[in-house]
Design a protein around this ligand. Structure first.
Ligand SMILES: Nc1ncnc2c1ncn2[C@@H]1O[C@H](COP(=O)(O)OP(=O)(O)OP(=O)(O)O)[C@@H](O)[C@H]1O
Ligand SMILES: [Mg+2]
Length: 238
């Protein structure tokens, strides 16, 4: 299949994800150590732990946004940490849906354009992409905010645009960093339901980072990261 053909295939079969021996050093003062994790394709995991323990950093390893100082991140046959920058960008565009803790929306783009941008990177453009983007934004209660730029949206609305962008291209690996942090409980429940529903429909692997006991309690499998370098983090249900 051509490169273009592969990029246009929005749905892939989720692969096994394995992180082993992961450590990361941010300068001389911060060393983060992580437990080994194995997740079969289509599994769900919630990650919790105190602020600063390294949850966001861990999601960045999986998405190929950051390469750990030591250890391996494997997704199926791919060793994500050994891919070059272009390889990691391509892996992320095709395979990963990522809800950033601080949204990372394009400031000059409308809600609709932000979602279309993610779809374009995954190879979906034109009328089909517009229909899909509107559908997902509508599901998240943003049908009347399509043309608003991030500055014209409330914080909770921005979070929902970020969520829409993450799920619209039907990723096989869905990563969400505090997806309910800026939402009221009812919208928060909708956001988690959308993540789970999307992951379920796609057979995608879902990893959610959350402080919210309601979110943590909703997942059977939990990874609680302890204080880096002091406690051995615990993997429940592994
Ligand atoms: N670019 C960086 N340079 C130096 N230190 C960093 C950098 N990014 C993160 N850190 C440090 O690494 C640790 C882990 O950060 P990380 O953002 O992964 O934590 P977190 O568990 O997601 O926290 P929170 O719950 O507050 O979002 C923190 O102590 C932070 O100060
Ligand atoms: Mg974080």
């Amino acid at each position: 299949m051509s490169e273009q053909g592969q990029r246009a295939r929005a749905v892939q079969t989720a692969q096994r994800l394995t992180l082993s021996g992961i450590q990361h050093r941010y300068g001389p003062d911060v060393t983060l150590s992580y437990p080994d994790v194995h997740l079969e394709g289509g599994a769900e995991l919630v990650v919790s732990g105190p602020s600063g323990v390294g949850k966001t950093t861990w999601l960045h390893f999986i998405a190929g946004l950051l390469t750990p100082s030591a250890g391996q991140v494997r997704y199926g046959e791919a060793q994500v940490n050994a891919l070059g920058e272009a390889g990691r960008d391509s892996f992320r565009a095709r395979t990963v849906g990522y809800v950033f803790q601080d949204f990372h929306l394009m400031p000059g783009y409308s809600a609709l354009e932000n979602v279309l941008l993610g779809l374009g990177l995954a190879g979906l453009r034109g009328a089909q992409a517009t229909t899909r983007a509107k559908e997902v934004l509508g599901q998240l209660g943003l049908g009347k905010r399509l043309n608003h730029t991030p500055r014209q949206l409330s914080t909770g609305e921005r979070q929902r645009v970020a969520l829409a962008r993450a799920v619209a291209h039907r990723p096989a690996l869905l990563l969400a960093d505090e997806p309910t942090a800026h939402l009221d409980p009812s919208r928060g429940a909708d956001a988690v339901a959308l993540l789970r529903q999307t992951a379920g429909e796609l057979g995608a692997t879902l990893i959610v980072v959350s402080h919210d006991p309601a979110v943590v309690g909703a997942f059977e499998r939990r990874l609680e990261l302890g204080r880096a370098g002091t406690t051995q983090p615990e993997l429940a249900g592994a």
